[in-house]
Design a protein around this ligand. Structure first.
Ligand SMILES: [Cu+2]
Length: 312
């Protein structure tokens, strides 16, 4: 159970849906897929060529492969595993302090525009430079550090940043096109276009030496109760990753619209949050009941990175 990097050597892939929700087509050569995420792609094999479907684990400890062929028994070359990447300072977001400062220097007016539905400026900036991150709503949201004196919190991210334009650890220097969350644009607007009425902030926390994983420093067995959503409300969920790992955060029952500067926003049930990253998501609390909300690395979930969202 891991993240995988997927590619089909010799074929490009046009991604048309993320987590089953249609997006505007984007053509890539590789994508990283977190546990529980799904991507739908269209490929166009040439003639009767044979291809290898290659999924390499993020830590490069192994791979699975399949074969796409018109003739039983044929095989294509199988790539070798690429070397594992060290989770150095930049992988955990420590070199992003300067980028974070730039975002903070954006005027509040720009940030307000970004939370509106018209993203012309953000898109322009994206196209000017792939490495440039547009100003996002989350950039102007103050990050609080409550509960961080707990034993379950071995570290905090002092200056979390948006990393939606990064392919992730180990894929930084790949020469072909790799999908990033910044590429995802919804195929059409979603029914609820209200701005959020309130913002809820949750930190992804951990203590790797003690193998503790939690939200806001509290394991599931330590929390007082549910996370209350009011039925019918529109809210913004801000996730801040204070750990050195990627976590695929999964909400049951309701969609999360990723605020990546595009409109329509991509709609997902699983958001992979990079080390030292902060992301914001819009949620319409349109489904009454109790819903699981957890990291989809099941060993993290079992260790305590799990909460119940209750819509009432
Ligand atoms: Cu996790």
């Amino acid at each position: 159970m891991s993240y995988f990097d997927f590619r089909i050597p010799g074929l490009e892939m046009t991604v048309i849906a993320a987590d089953g929700q249609p997006i505007q087509p984007v053509t890539v050569d590789e994508f990283r897929i977190a546990t529980a995420e799904t991507f739908d792609v269209i490929i166009k094999p040439k003639g009767n060529q044979t291809y290898t479907l290659f999924a390499e684990s993020m830590d490069r400890s192994g791979y699975v492969r399949g074969t796409l062929t018109t003739e039983l028994g044929r095989e294509a070359d199988v790539p070798t595993l690429r070397p594992p990447s060290e989770r150095g300072m930049s992988a955990v977001g420590m070199s992003h302090d300067m980028a974070g400062m730039d975002h903070n220097q954006m005027t509040p007016d720009v940030s307000m525009d970004m939370s509106d539905h018209h993203m012309g400026h953000a898109e322009m900036m994206h196209h000017e430079s792939e490495s440039l991150m547009p100003s996002l709503p989350v950039d102007s949201i103050p990050i609080s550090h409550d509960n961080h004196d707990r034993v379950g919190v071995a570290m905090i991210s002092e200056n979390p940043t948006s990393r939606l334009n990064e392919p992730g650890v180990g894929l930084e220097n790949v020469s072909h096109r790799v999908l990033v969350y910044q590429d995802l644009i919804g195929a059409h607007p979603w029914p609820d276009e209200r701005p959020p009425e309130r913002t809820l902030q949750l930190h992804l926390t951990g203590n790797m030496e003690r193998y503790m994983w939690s939200f806001d420093g509290k394991k599931f067995t330590e929390v007082d109760g549910i996370i209350p959503f009011n039925y019918g409300e529109r809210l913004r969920l801000v996730l801040v990753n204070d750990t050195m790992m990627d976590h695929p955060i999964h909400l049951h029952g309701m969609w999360m619209e990723l605020e990546n500067g595009h409109y329509p926003r991509p709609r997902k049930h699983t958001i992979s949050v990079k080390p030292s990253e902060k992301v914001s998501l819009l949620i319409s609390a349109d489904a009454k009941g109790d819903w699981a909300f957890h990291c989809h690395l099941l060993y993290h979930m079992k260790a305590g990175m799990f909460r119940v969202v209750s819509v009432a």
